[in-house]
Design a binder for this molecule. Structure first.
Ligand code: NAD
Length: 303
């Protein structure tokens, strides 16, 4: 089996696949144009989020039988179309849950105590002790989770350990340790912090927008380490300018290629990162390990 690695992948995982007998080529910065040219000879490909596997690529990938997406979600793959062509599409949904949950918890503290701003002030040679002594504690505050699957539940566990009161909203009735299920309206009305952990679907597009901000407490904080597009960024901007929202921490953006939430970052209340939720040494190794296992199992069954 000839397998092409299209995005950065753990080196140990690559060695494991080679040892199992898979012919692995690593082109982890390959351009879309170059990929169109080389893909016809490959039986399998590994992508993370950078490489897009759309219909035109699938049409020229005459030998392709397996697409492995290292990570959560299949947004960058025309998965239904690939399946219709007999291609198996798999991913590693649980490998990065803890990393994303930890980033979310980090943002709770960063917002409550303005840690990024205080650091910037120190770097600028200032000693603004008074300005940065008006933070708040997380203990006793209410955290509302929109979506409570793998990542949401890891966040709930950690937030409960911080003695936060954790509410969650999801479509189906579910028992989640450390958290109480409520309606979306109740969550919006009661939460001091609201954190999004839903995938981007037609239903969740702008699940938090102007009507939802209107139902929130004054001074609420918003965190999005889920998917861009679930939060209406224009509405968030207005809600911050009006004073309704006290601050926001964003790891994901509706348009990550060009806009990257640039307007929001003109506001001092907004902190963020370039989609690094899964970007830890541990998650990368775990994703790599799962990618290798999926590739080896497929190779043994089909070649
Ligand atoms: P999951 O499938 O385990 O959980 C998703 C949750 O959303 C579930 O509770 C589900 O019931 C809920 N949900 C789905 N549609 C809903 C709707 N219309 N209304 C209410 N609730 C709804 O997924 P997960 O592994 O927890 O991942 C959550 C999100 O985090 C995904 O979108 C994923 O892409 C994103 N993510 C981000 C990063 C990052 O780097 N920031 C990394 C990994 C995953």
């Amino acid at each position: 089996m000839k397998l092409l690695i299209c995005d950065p992948t753990d080196i140990e995982a690559i060695e494991k696949m080679r040892t199992a007998g898979i012919e692995v080529d690593v082109r982890d910065d390959i351009s879309a144009e170059e990929l169109m040219k080389v893909i016809p000879v490959y039986h399998a490909m590994v992508v993370r989020s950078r490489t897009k596997v759309r219909q035109p690529l699938i049409d020229v990938a005459k030998n392709l039988k397996l697409i492995i997406r290292g990570g959560v979600g299949l947004d960058n793959i025309d998965a239904d179309y690939a399946c219709s062509k007999g291609i198996t599409v798999v991913n590693t949904p649980a490998a990065s849950s803890v990393s994303v949950a930890e980033l979310t918890i980090g943002y709770l503290f960063a917002l409550a105590r303005k840690i990024p701003d205080a650091t910037a002030s120190m770097r600028a040679g200032q000693w603004e002790k008074k300005a940065f002594s008006e933070g708040t504690e997380l203990t006793g505050k209410t955290l509302g989770l929109i979506g409570c699957g793998r990542i949401g539940q890891e966040v709930a566990k950690r937030a409960a350990a911080l003695e936060m009161n954790v509410l969650f909203y999801r479509r189906t009735k579910t028992d989640v340790p450390y958290a109480t299920q409520v309606s979306l309206d109740e969550l919006l009305a009661k939460s001091d912090y609201i954190s999004l952990h839903v995938p981007l679907t037609e239903e969740t597009y702008h699940i938090i927008g102007a009507p939802e901000f209107a139902k929130m407490k004054d001074g609420v904080y918003i965190i999005n380490c889920g998917r861009g597009g679930t939060l209406d960024e224009a509405a968030l901007y207005e809600a911050i300018v009006s004073g309704k929202v006290a601050g926001a921490a964003l790891d994901v953006f509706e348009d990550e290629k060009d806009d990257r939430g640039k307007k929001l970052f003109t506001l001092p209340q907004v902190i963020g990162s370039p989609h690094i939720g899964a970007g830890t040494v541990e998650a990368t190794a775990r994703v790599g390990g799962e990618v290798a296992e999926l590739a080896i199992a497929f190779y043994r069954e089909n070649f």
